[in-house]
Ligand binder design. Sequence first.
Ligand SMILES: Nc1ncnc2c1ncn2[C@@H]1O[C@H](COP(=O)(O)OP(=O)(O)OP(=O)(O)O)[C@@H](O)[C@H]1O
Ligand SMILES: [Mg+2]
Length: 667
Amino acid sequence: MSTLNPRQLEAVRHTGGPLLVLAGAGSGKTRVISRKIAHLIQSCGIAPRHLCAVTFTNKAAREMKERVAQQVRGREARGLTISTFHTLGLQILRREAAHAGLRPGFSLFDAQDAEALLKEHLQKVPRSDSSSPAIVQARISRWKNALVDPSEALGQADDDYEAVLAELYGRYERSLRAYNAVDFDDLIGLPVRLMRTEGELRDAWQERIRYLLVDEYQDTNGAQYELVRQLVGPRGALTVVGDDDQSIYAWRGARPENLERLKADYPHLTVIMLEQNYRSSGRILGLANALIGNNPHIFEKRLWSEHGPGDVPRVIPCRDEMHEAERVVAELLHRRFGDCVRFGDCAILYRGNHQARPFEKALREHNIPYFLSGGTSFFARTEVKDAMAYLRLLANPDDDAAFLRVVNTPRREIGPTTLERLADYAAGRGVGLLRASTELGLAEHLGERPRRRLGEFAAWLEGFARRAAAAPVATVRELIEAMRYADWLREQSSSPQVAERRMENVEDLLDWLGALNKGELQEKTLAEMVNHLTLMDVLERRDEEQGGDRVHLMTLHAAKGLEFPHVYLVGMEEELLPHRTAIEEDTIEEERRLAYVGITRAQRTLTLTYARRRRRYGEVVDIEPSRFLAELPSEALEWDDRREIPPEERKSRGQAHLDNLRGLLGA
Ligand SMILES: Nc1ncnc2c1ncn2[C@@H]1O[C@H](COP(=O)(O)OP(=O)(O)OP(=O)(O)O)[C@@H](O)[C@H]1O
Ligand SMILES: [Mg+2]
């Protein structure tokens, strides 16, 4: 407890009623949570299994576990739950599956699976075919996050289009249930529904979770808010910490007003504000305060720091995105070999994932190790998931999620209604979908044509499965060829080059399988090889996560809650940060908060960069520096490389803005 300031200490010791810690970036909110967990176990005698802490990402959960482990010895912490909302929801659903109408072993559909399901329905519902599955899915997700069910959605629809979407929502839900599957939003929504309708079940969970702590509370959405309320109940054994200035998930239904709503829902709420920042040097903090000062505020906050002023934050203008990447890489090399800074202490943060590419290229060219968070891993690629699903199904005919993934890949004209009836029938018989496809009893539920299509598919696949037992790798190759997967990829991809690259990924997977089969694992069955590959995926990810001395690359959203000694906030440009859609939709404040999150990740140095030209949708366009640069106090920034802009270009579109900035700098 010695390293907590008096307000933090008060927050840790306050266990008598609900508590909100409302404070700016780097003020030790997350530290309060991890210390409080230790306090509740060690001083309040609450058994760890009755404690639950919720964080925003898996990475944050891992870090929190590490922080707690420093306070509480392994044995003492047994049974403690530190997880994301989704993992907590999954844990609840696993226990209460039957109450939620799910059978054990239900599948979890990721966004891709869900979109594929919607695509099928889009072809069936009149007037819906012009919508993209992603847009429909986003709408459904918003409904689910607001705890609106399909019939309510239909009731609320005020035009035809909304009504069509609500209808799609209903069909989507029925399919999910028929497949014994849930999607990500259900992980929160279904537990909430259960707690609302089944008093005993809710009481049991309230008994189980005697104290709940929530980090990054400003980004909870309606469903998550309600889950917290149900779990906590009248006892109010709750600590939440948050910062309204870091609310950056409005687009996913997060509601910073949930901070205010707490006061209404818990009249005895205590609010503690923290004002000392322990993370950043004074100049960096000054920039952050100045920037966020341009947003209106629900709660006024001031942050101060005892650290010295530190290095002056810099701005580096660059010619284009490649130049930007090279400049940053040159800086990194300089830090590494000039200042003996670890690569792992440096982070490159950007608005959108696509911005990572030039950086990856430049880092590779200079042999700088890096770790890209949130990029698409090999095993998350559609084509690799397709091939893996075929492998899984060959190895285990009962793998229903794999069956659903491949039954229409490539297209086999087997519609959602057919699949739902098949799922109903299979559930009644207690067999997997693939087996059910060839059973005679199906005739009572399905017409002749759909039954024939299903039967043909199943027989075709079973033929391969039999041969796979003796010669797994060769058989899988044959299968990929027999279904003309390469042609399907060409049909599905935006260009022949993309299709080719995707086919190469499939080839890579097959090569990998071949190597496994030849190597020490020669005797292994297909099932064992598949499990091995799945495990490799897990291992690879874990390796990435723990990964040595590497530069971090991630989006601003992914950087929330983290800190790095040296931060490069790149692409400080109009239409990038703030993002173009935010400019169009007038949601600049959220973009400003995003920039604030970026700046406040930095501990010792902060470097802002922008490109004056950038390739956008295949065209090179002139770019203006971000308005947020102009909002920063000029005396607090060092402008790099002023010669960068040749005089003849001074009349370019971005010039007015630059002149403005220069004026501020007195240059
Ligand atoms: N009382 C303290 N004494 C020394 N260091 C502290 C203290 N409180 C917090 N810190 C350190 O300050 C840094 C920021 O703390 P923490 O991550 O908990 O802040 P936060 O409020 O959760 O930030 P964010 O809003 O970005 O999530 C951490 O490195 C933490 O260890
Ligand atoms: Mg935090």
